[in-house]
Every structure is written in C-alpha cells, then in structure tokens.
Design a protein around this ligand. Structure first.
Ligand SMILES: Nc1nc2c(c(=O)[nH]1)N[C@H]1C(S)=C(S)[C@@H](COP(=O)(O)O)O[C@H]1N2
Ligand SMILES: [Mo]
Length: 427
C-alpha cells in the first residue's frame, strides 16, 4: 500500500495524535538505566529466553484426562512472524514422548522393495538434504468451533493453536525409496513410530515420491523429543496425524493398513452418518491473532495481525471484513509467501471505540477459501470433529474487550468434543 493511501485510511491527524500521546505517556526515569550500572550475566552454553517471557507457554487444557495421550496448543497470539519456536510447537501424542538414543536409532524400509534396508541416523544425514518451511496442523485443529453454543472465552490459541510452522531439514523420502528399489506393484507405505502407541498410518506412495521429508532437524537444531526426535515424517500440507514421529520403519505394500490410528480416529462422520476415510489435505485457514479472544484494546491505531495457511498450496490473499461478510478488504501478506507454510497477514486499522466484529478468510492458489460457520455446518453437518476451518469471528466490545464473535447456531449442544484436539479428551 502506498503512503498516501495509508494516511487516508488512518486519517493523518490520528497518526500524529498517536505519536504525541506516546511521547507524553511513556515513563522515563532512573529505572530505565539500571541495566547499565551492573555487570551482566556471563556467557552460557545454551541460550534461554528472558525470565520475563516465561508466561509464554503452550496451552494444556485442565480437562485432559491424561497428558500422555492428548494435545496442547501453540500460543499463536503471543508469537510474531511465522516460525513457531521449538519449545512452543504444539504437541499431539498417543502414548507419551519416548526417549530415543540416536546412537541406537534405526530406520527399516522393507516389504515390496528390491533391497530391504536399515539406516542409522548417520546414514540418513549422509544423503543430500533439503530444508523447507512447512506447517503441521492436527486434523482436530479448530475443534472448539464444533461447540454449540460457541465458547465465549475462546482465544486464538484455543481456536487454532493445534498448528505450528517450522523450518524442517531432512532427506526426501523418495531418495531412500529409490535406494531400496520400490517394486512396481507397490502403492502404499505404512510408516510406524517407536512410541508406546506403536503409532501407524498409511501413506500413498505417490505423495511420498512428491515431497515427503524424513526430517531430523527443526529450525536449525535436532528435532525436539516432542516433535519426534531423532526422526519424523514431514508430509507437506497434509493432516498432522500422518506425519509419523519417532519413525522406526516403513513397510512398502500395495494396500493401506487401515490401522487403528486411521480408523478409530481421523475419519470424518458426515451429516448422514457416512464416514469418510483418508481426508489428508488441510483446508485453508486463517486466524486473526491481534486483536483476538480475551485481549483488551484501546481506541486508536492498531495493526491487525494474523496467520494463514493451506494444504492445497500457496496463500494468494487474505481478506478482512468489519461487517460480518458484507464487504471485504484485502490484507497485506508479509513475504516470503511459501507453499504449505504459515503466512503472516497485516492490516492497519483505526478503532473508533464502537463495537465491531472482525472476520478473516484465506484464499489459496487452488481458489479455495474458508466458509462461514453456517456454511460449514450446512456442508459437513455436526457429527464430525475434524477439519473445522470456518471463519473465526472476534467481537470487540465497546470497552475494548475481545471475545469470540461466533453467534450461536441453535440451542442444541452436540456432545462432548473428544479425540485429537479435544480439550475434553475421550479416547
Ligand atoms: N509416532 C507418533 N507419531 C505421531 C503421533 C503419535 O502419537 N505418535 N501423533 C500424530 C498427530 S495426530 C499429530 S497432529 C502430529 C503432531 O505433531 P507434533 O506433536 O510435532 O506437533 O504428530 C503425528 N505423529
Ligand atoms: Mo492430530
């Protein structure tokens, strides 16, 4: 946007008022110089964040029955840019986090191959490597949206925090498969984890050959144990549940396994009771992180900020509505806009102190966008608990409090929300 348009949008007077107000009110006293007067902390071998930032943590629901088979949420509204710091990447485990000794680590590729192979971690690191930024999103992300009536205390974290975005380094799975020599009749891979859940999924060979990574690094350092140390699958754009962590073997075969982790969970129950299996690709999503649920704002200038992503490809635009979908304005996308990765969107905004509802919707390069809540339920029904991607509304009350702006659809409550992303865990 050019400068003139920017000022027209804000009203130049209000910008001046903003800066004037700031100069007058920020305190400036002896305390400001305190750090200059004493010797600082010594060098340290592994850096830690400021103790003042220790409140920025993953959200673990108090309703979970166990912390070993459950999920926690990345604190989206407390993060900037697009990279999720390693200590704040959301977690989803079915049998706790195993401790794996990298010296004893082995990856087996067997089944319909010319040469069954066993790799050490060192072997994997000798292959040509690839580093790419990809989001990982649990199929259960957005699950709180299925609640009716909607939770008034929803935050951006609890709305969409079962998604995170990192720079992953690893070997293309296609290279390892080439090494093993896949037989022509093979169509599926059955990757398995070494956690107590013996977590197992079925992955089409076609996707594996396209862009799947056998990843050993996350944002420049070894994977965190929670993310699958020492090795996990990264399956760009697809639901988190197929991205097997603590990967120990890949069986090459001609049929899907129909494992417990893709039948009892991660299937979608439609309005007519029919069940869909293998809904891998994540639909477009966006979430305004500022201003968002349970924050408090003052009248004046604000930069609306948020995150958008899609499993179908690059984000092409994000739109914001201030009148519940009657009109839309296009937000600025912060470059680089990468495929299958979080994108940061922004819009300058002057809040006049009147109650207003903010909506955001993302568009991807395949022309997909997000439905309203009503449209979503019309299409998918209310029996499901996965792949909720309806527009998240935030209502700014006239006192500046921000609350969930989703209006109730009716009076019926449709059951406790369980499973993957559930804050009431049922499995
Ligand atoms: N071995 C193993 N892999 C797993 C899981 C698991 O429980 N065990 N959970 C899956 C699910 S449902 C999701 S959403 C992602 C979560 O990845 P993260 O914990 O790194 O965010 O891991 C997937 N891979
Ligand atoms: Mo998941």
């Amino acid at each position: 946007m050019d400068r003139r348009k920017f000022f027209r949008l804000l009203g130049a007077g209000s910008v001046l008022a903003l800066f004037k107000a700031r100069a007058q009110t920020a305190p400036w006293d002896e305390e400001t110089f305190a750090p200059m007067k004493t010797l600082g902390a010594p060098l340290s071998e592994y850096g830690q964040r400021s103790p003042f930032e220790e409140g920025v943590v993953r959200y673990i629901s108090p309703n979970l029955r166990t912390r070993h088979s459950g999920a926690d949420f990345a604190p989206l509204e407390k993060l900037e840019g697009v990279i999720t710091p390693n200590g704040l990447h959301f977690e989803r485990h079915h049998g706790g986090v195993p401790q794996v000794d990298p010296a004893k680590y082995r990856l087996v590729i067997h089944g319909m191959v010319e040469r069954p192979l066993v790799f050490t971690l060192e072997d994997l690191k000798r292959f040509p490597s690839v580093t790419r930024t990809y989001f990982i999103e649990c199929a259960g992300n957005g699950q709180n949206g299925y609640r009716n009536p909607p939770d008034p205390n929803l935050t951006a974290t609890r709305s969409r925090g079962l998604a995170s975005n990192a720079s992953w380094t690893g070997v293309p799975l296609a290279l390892l498969l080439k090494e093993a020599g896949v037989k022509p009749e093979a169509k599926w891979l059955i990757p398995e984890g070494m956690d107590a859940a013996a977590y197992t999924r079925s992955l089409p060979l076609e996707k594996a050959m396209e862009d799947v990574l056998v990843a050993y690094a996350q944002n420049g350092e070894a994977l965190r144990p929670e993310q699958g140390y020492p090795v996990r699958l990264v399956v760009p754009g697809w639901e988190g549940s197929i991205q097997v962590k603590w990967l120990r073997r890949i069986l090459v075969t001609d049929l899907p396994a129909m494992a417990k982790d893709e039948t009892s969970e991660y299937t979608d129950v439609m309005a007519d009771g029919k069940v869909w299996a293998f809904t891998w690709i994540m639909d477009p999503e966006s979430i305004i992180t500022y201003p968002s649920g349970l924050q408090q704002i003052k009248p004046g200038f604000h930069e609306i900020r948020g995150l958008a992503w899609s499993g179908y490809g690059r984000i092409t635009k994000v739109e914001i509505s201030f009148d519940e979908g009657k009109t839309w304005r296009q937000a600025t996308l912060e470059p680089p806009v990468e495929r299958y990765a979080f994108v940061r969107f922004k819009m300058p905004w002057y809040w006049d102190g009147k109650e207003v509802v903010l909506w955001s919707r993302a568009w991807d390069e395949k022309g997909n966008t997000q439905p309203t809540r009503e449209e979503f339920f019309k299409k998918w029904g209310k029996n499901n608990r996965y792949h909720y991607n309806a527009i998240q509304a935030w209502r700014i009350l006239s006192d500046g409090r921000v609350v969930n702006g989703d209006r109730p659809l009716g009076q019926q409550a449709f059951g406790p929300v369980g499973g993957c992303g559930g804050e009431v865990f049922d499995g």
